[in-house]
Design a protein. Structure first.
Length: 237
């Protein structure tokens, strides 16, 4: 006797609902951590590309060129296998034999964070270039120190201009977490694959995964749009 399809995706003893929700939660956490890593790298990258020091501009340009030009799945593989080999080599030098590897979650967050940071670099850089230089000069004329100038003028307006692009980057990061299934992280796609194999209902569980991705994307998109509207207060006509 076959189990009803709704029961399979439900939260009962024969359902996979709890596991799918837990995997979706892990997907969301991985995306948030990756985006935060990318924000730090993107801020540093934008500062380097806007710097008056040529070597810093070169480093920033190389970073964005490399990580925007390599396929995402290849970056994940490079970090997974390269990171494990590097860690194993370091442990051998310290006198510890055997094979060592970093957790899949850490590797995935670093890989996707670096990819996200390359795109966020350009978002922040472009947003900064849209600032009105007169406002910065006026702030300096009023006696604002550099930290106050950053906090009161540069950061809020740069973030306001960058937020539409950051919203698109966030959606990409959320979808790119599916790549982490190839390195063993039991996120939403991996859990759907396990459930599909166990029940022989691939269409049902991949469809459920698609719905959960859409829900996460739409809900977080609403949050981004609300924040964008909040930052635009006082500027809309």
């Amino acid at each position: 006797m076959t189990t009803p399809l709704l029961t399979l995706v439900g939260f009962g003893p024969d359902g996979w609902g709890k596991l799918l929700v837990a995997a979706a939660s892990l997907t969301l956490v991985a995306a948030l951590c990756s985006f935060m890593v990318g924000s730090l790298l993107g801020t540093a990258g934008a500062a380097m590309k806007l710097s008056s020091i040529a070597p810093l501009r070169w480093v920033g340009g190389i970073y964005t060129t490399v990580f925007r030009g390599i396929p995402e799945i290849l970056v994940v593989y490079l970090f997974y296998f390269g990171g494990s080999l590097a860690l194993t080599h370091l442990m051998h030098l310290a006198g510890f034999p055997g094979f060592f590897s970093l957790p899949s979650f850490v590797i995935g967050v670093l890989a996707i964070g670096l990819l996200s940071g390359a795109y966020q670099t350009e978002a922040y850089r472009s947003a900064y270039l849209r600032l009105n230089p007169g406002q910065i000069e006026a702030g300096k004329a009023c006696g604002m120190t550099q930290p106050v100038l950053l906090w009161r003028i540069i950061v809020p307006q740069t973030l306001r201009f960058a937020l539409p692009a950051l919203g698109n980057i966030w959606q990409s990061v959320l979808k790119e977490t599916a790549l982490l299934s190839i390195i063993g992280l039991v996120e939403l796609l991996r859990q759907s694959t396990i459930a599909a194999g166990a029940t022989r209902e691939p269409l049902l569980f991949y469809g459920a995964a698609a719905v959960l991705y859409l829900i996460m994307g739409q809900m977080t998109g609403i949050g981004v749009r609300s924040f964008e509207k909040h930052l635009s207060r006082g500027w809309e006509r």
